[in-house]
Design a protein around this ligand. Structure first.
Ligand SMILES: O=C(O)CCC(=O)C(=O)O
Length: 274
């Protein structure tokens, strides 16, 4: 059969000029896309080392793995860039920023950066269950309000628990039936250095890691500035963390809720002056 596309009765078509447009189209229709982060092998090695360093530091800061296990936090590294600044680059990746700007708006905020460990040896973990990244929300948005970008530190394979998605479920309020889940679930295998980008409302889950090596990733959730961050980054990092205006905006320094009428007025004065 000829590979030439054949169609009729079509007078409008989505225009796709580059990899960013392809990702945007896929995100809008299916709710997911794979984006190559564009990093060299040397850079990927740096991220791998930085991830492990952040994991060790976060475990120490959290009182050790056993203490974290009690609250099911031992397979998550909250804000890994706080423990190893090299990981902040992952949140600022130019290709991801372009996709997120196109889907949300140029002004979006980093709500979360989480190191995700899918543990070796088929152990259960907190991301191994169907969920949305805006959990408990049974709504459909006419435009996305939140996008997540899961950076694969390791290759994602069928055997090490690559993420599964239920395509297009960002367009449906309720979690689908077991029949749909069994029929439609799709596993996203991806090379190390890729981002698995999801509409936060598409149902997804990690799957079972049947290898003897942990599968590591770093998840980012970017949101419209009207949504609150998982952890209040400006308060956590302190006002002197960075002077870079673009980074301050991404980290949410411009969206702190005023704590008094006076503070609200001060914000108005700053806004009207600029
Ligand atoms: O570990 C995975 O494959 C999925 C991660 C995930 O669902 C999340 O971080 O929200």
């Amino acid at each position: 059969m000829s590979s030439k596309e054949r169609y009729y009765g079509i007078s409008e078509r989505v225009d796709v000029a580059d990899a960013c447009d392809e990702a945007v189209e896929s995100l809008k229709t299916l709710g997911y896309a794979i984006v190559d982060g564009g990093y060299s092998a040397e850079e990927l090695e740096v991220f791998s080392v930085a991830f492990d360093a952040a994991r060790r530091a976060a475990h120490r800061a959290g009182g050790g793995v056993d203490a974290l296990r009690l609250i099911e936090e031992h397979n998550t590294v909250r804000l890994p860039f706080y423990y190893d600044a090299r990981l902040l680059q992952l949140a600022r990746n130019a290709r991801i920023q372009k996709v997120v700007s196109q889907i949300l708006a140029k002004y979006h905020v980093l709500s979360q950066q989480n190191g995700v460990i899918n543990p070796a040896g088929a152990k259960e973990y907190n991301q191994g269950a169907w969920h949305r990244d805006l959990p408990y929300q049974h709504v459909v948005f006419s435009r996305p309000l939140a996008i997540n970008a899961l950076f694969c530190i390791d290759e994602f394979t069928e055997t090490n628990g690559a993420t599964m998605v239920l395509p297009a479920t960002h367009k449906q309020e309720a979690f689908p039936s077991s029949h749909f889940v069994a029929k439609a679930a799709k596993q996203i295998v991806a090379p190390a250095g890729s981002y698995i980008v999801l509409d936060c409302m598409v149902y997804h889950t990690g799957s079972t890691n049947r290898t003897m090596t942990d599968r590591r990733a770093v998840n980012h959730v970017y949101t419209s500035p009207i949504l609150r961050q998982q952890i209040d980054l400006p308060r956590f990092l302190g006002n002197n963390y960075t002077r870079d205006p673009e980074l301050r905006r991404l980290l949410g320094y411009e969206v702190a809720t005023p704590s008094s009428v006076e503070e609200y007025f001060a914000g108005r004065r700053r806004k009207l002056k600029s």
